[in-house]
Design a protein around this ligand. Structure first.
Ligand code: G1P
Ligand code: ZN
Length: 543
């Protein structure tokens, strides 16, 4: 087997975003595109000589072909060992766990998360470091610099690897270890949660509907919920991963998981519903007639995670991304543990977790997780909820009501305007930025702006600063609107508007979020000139 050096030249647009590089699948399939980026990752991390890498993806179209190429490039680069999920499959949290458990030097995760899959949809690749978490900004900047200077890449001339055969095989000098993608992860879950209590809940007739959305968590959920915990067969819906996710967006929110929402709002609704996304790191939680916003889910965990064995010792602290509601902060303040506000994206939690400053993290975008891995973790969130439900004996609705009564309710919603012309979106943000100094004191839609700024984060662990992380408007009375442009989209720009209003009046805890937020929504639209600038009269997605 010989190593071939292939001449190439930089390809524009290989800048990693919020979570690695995401592009249309056909773009990733263009000559040299994947190879250039993979070589840049290897170069950006100082080469792979002698290293052990974990490799796996969410099974979307092109997953196995891409893994074949990456393996031949890793072998050419001198890597010692690659640990690969059978069939090329690994959920993102399972990959994070494997990197940590096996002491690997890093990993490559192939996924575009909740974006649709297929030859005409999206693909993605990201690098995670030795702590199991997404590469920090300093590393992604090095990778990006390499993409702009790459002139050649190395690849082993070899047959494709059989990704289905469990066990070890050789590729040139490199060892490839194909492992079951579920086993290690399922064992980790067993150490964090009281499986006996959850089993007993199921035996008592508690019914769950879990929608795997034809994505990666199907095999994980079947093994854990149905086999290990004894939930009836059929608890896991859409449990077979498909390369195109059945043509749907594998995005666990009320829009894309509408079928599950309908089940949970039907007369014969199960007690608990949940869904996870393409690569298994996001979650949606819904009780009978009761959708739990991700920000509230994080707050419930901050309050009650200690009921699960893995967190019985209490929490060091909780971190949330800036656009996430302040509900978790209110718990942290009441209970006296630390709380942090970080930029959007899981990579910013890694330092806090590694440094032991926080135990729980969460984002409004359906992501919650803890120190057990360095990614958000969809099934983990489902199991923590089930553990809390089993110990308290309460329903989801009762838990939410108790929580709001005690801590107040942070009404919350996110409005997304998708595929907006990039120049229009940039101008909108720029115009807002230019007015930040003038806005405080002005009144719009009956609300007075009390503060306005652009979020900049000083990492308390490594001292690095990340600026330009979203524009925040605060209103008298505890309201907030945040504006930022998505870093994961693949077409035009996605404008995200995050809306929040704190309510502590016990008589006003049951409103529909869109109604409770009506004034903030109107003020946000007026101040940012959303409809005038984009021509849109309503968001494309409301979560
Ligand atoms: C989105 C979410 C963000 C999440 C990321 C990866 O990023 O908003 O919270 O970490 O996906 O799942 P965005 O498209 O907003 O940059
Ligand atoms: Zn995801």
């Amino acid at each position: 087997m010989t190593v071939k050096t292939i001449e190439t030249s930089p390809i524009a647009g290989q800048k990693p975003g919020t979570s690695g590089l995401r592009k249309k699948t056909r773009v990733f399939m263009e000559p040299h595109f994947l190879e250039n980026y993979t070589q840049s990752i290897f170069d950006g991390i100082g080469g792979v000589v002698g290293k052990t890498l974990v490799i796996g993806g969410d099974g979307r179209f092109f997953n196995d072909t891409a893994i074949g190429i990456i393996l031949r490039m890793a072998a050419a680069g001198g890597a010692a060992r690659c640990i690969v999920g059978q069939g090329g499959l690994l959920s993102t949290p399972a990959a994070s766990h494997l990197i940590r458990k096996r002491g690997a030097d890093g990993g490559l995760i192939l996924s575009a998360s909740h974006n649709p899959g297929g030859i005409d949809e999206d693909f993605g690749l990201k690098y995670n470091g030795p702590n199991g978490g997404p590469a920090t900004e300093s590393v992604t900047e090095k990778i990006y610099a390499c993409t702009r200077n790459v002139t050649s890449y190395q690849i082993l001339e070899a047959e494709n690897v059989d990704l289905d055969r469990i066990g070890t095989q050789s590729l040139g000098e490199m060892t490839i270890e194909i492992i079951d993608p579920v086993t290690d992860y399922a064992e980790l879950m067993g150490t964090l949660f009281d499986f006996n209590a959850i089993s007993a809940l199921f035996q008592g007739g508690f019914r769950v509907a879990f929608d795997a959305m034809h994505a990666i968590t199907g095999p994980y959920a079947r093994e854990i919920l149905e086999r290990r915990l004894g939930a009836p067969a059929g608890t896991v819906m859409n449990g077979t991963p498909l390369p195109d996710f059945g043509g749907r967006h594998p995005d666990p929110n009320p829009v894309w998981a509408k079928a599950l929402m309908d089940i949970m709002h039907s007369d014969d609704a199960p007690d608990f519903g949940a869904a996870s996304d393409g690569d298994g790191d996001r979650n949606m939680i819904v009780g009978r007639n009761c959708y739990v916003s991700p920000s509230d889910s994080l707050a419930i965990f901050a309050d009650l995670a200690h009921l699960a064995a893995g967190y019985a010792g209490g929490l060091a602290g909780v971190a949330r991304s800036m656009p996430t509601s302040a509900a978790a902060d209110r718990v942290a303040m009441a209970k006296g543990f630390a709380h942090f506000e970080t930029p959007t994206g899981w990579k910013f939690f890694g330092n806090l977790l590694d440094d032991g400053q926080v135990t729980l993290c969460g984002e409004e975008s359906a992501g919650t997780g803890s120190s057990h891995v360095r990614e958000k973790d969809g099934l983990w969130a489902v199991l923590l909820w089930l553990n809390i439900l089993a110990v308290t004996g309460k329903s989801v609705t009762e838990l939410m009501r108790d929580h709001w009564t005690r801590y107040g309710r942070n009404y919350y919603s996110r409005h997304d305007y998708e595929a907006v012309d990039s120049a229009v979106a940039d101008d909108l943000m720029q115009a807002l930025r230019a007015r930040l100094g003038d806005l405080p004191g002005t009144s719009v839609a009956g609300l007075t702006v009390s503060g306005a700024d652009e979020f900049s984060y000083l990492d308390p662990v490594d001292g690095s600063t990340s600026s330009g992380q979203g524009i925040r408007l605060y209103f008298d009375g505890g309201g907030r609107a945040v504006f930022r442009l998505s870093g994961t989209g693949t077409v035009g720009a996605t404008l995200r508007v995050y809306l929040e209003q704190l309510e502590t009046d016990a008589g006003a805890l049951d409103h529909h979020p869109q109604e409770a937020l009506a004034s903030i929504i109107a003020a946000a639209d007026t101040i940012a000139e959303i409809s005038t600038r984009t021509g849109r009269t309503a968001p494309d997605v409301i979560t």
